[in-house]
Design a protein. Structure first.
Length: 229
């Protein structure tokens, strides 16, 4: 049974219910339609088995996450069209700045579309270079049963309901927590015409170019993953 999400203190896990108003959600959906027009949804493939994910996805930002026979990675272009990913919508960049104290902006926004029967197994987000950067997740559309555990696969888990407009931040000790989506609850939102769900995940892939040290700001140079490597 899913319970209201009350993050344990000191874990870095944050839950912000209703962060996005209905009006903001509708504006964001309109922007995402443009993203998908330039970078169509595709079905990622499990590297070991060749099995298709039950979710379809795309990306926006300088880098995008992909999974295929070559493994999990970030790259600068859509795997099917070869074109660069479209930019991350400004409202999401503003949300990142409001919700996190990380010095640099996100480099990737994963756009996962869940049809009513889609799921996402327990996994860690660990394809990034700097785990001090948070992961910020926005829910749009149908309510889902979200599950989160510890940093080992066998750790106890809890499940929570995430509704349209909710935000979850994985930071600190929770940054590498196993998490997933057990199921989509049909009929819980009218935001998407087919009753599905969209999850937007903002991630920083590389180490920050801006570092705060004892109140000072210094600049470093980083080559984004998937660009020139």
């Amino acid at each position: 049974m899913a319970m209201p999400l009350t993050p344990p203190p000191g874990t870095g896990l944050r839950f912000i219910p209703g962060f996005l108003s209905r009006e903001t959600q509708e504006r964001l959906i309109a922007l995402l339609r443009e993203v998908v027009r330039h970078a169509p949804l595709f079905s990622p493939v499990m590297p070991g088995t060749g099995k298709l994910f039950s979710v379809r996805m795309t990306n926006c930002g300088p880098l995008g996450w992909v999974s295929d026979a070559g493994g999990y990675r970030y790259q600068a272009a859509h795997p099917q069209t070869g074109r660069p990913w479209p930019p991350i919508p400004e409202m999401l960049l503003h949300a990142w700045a409001e919700l996190t104290d990380y010095p640099d902006p996100p480099q990737a926004c994963l756009v996962n579309y869940y049809a009513p029967a889609a799921r996402m197994g327990l996994h860690q987000d660990r394809d990034e270079a700097d785990f001090t950067a948070p992961v910020v997740s926005f829910s749009l559309g149908a309510t889902c049963r979200f599950r989160i555990g510890g940093t080992t696969r066998g750790a106890p888990t809890r499940s929570f309901l995430l509704t349209s407009g909710d935000v979850v931040v994985l930071a600190g000790a929770s940054r590498l927590a196993f998490h997933g989506v057990d199921r989509i609850l049909a009929g819980t939102s009218t935001l998407l015409p087919d009753g599905g769900r969209i999850n937007l995940t903002l991630r920083r892939v590389d180490r920050p170019t801006t570092q705060r040290r004892e109140g000072a700001i210094t600049q470093t140079t980083t080559t984004p993953r998937g660009v020139g490597s």
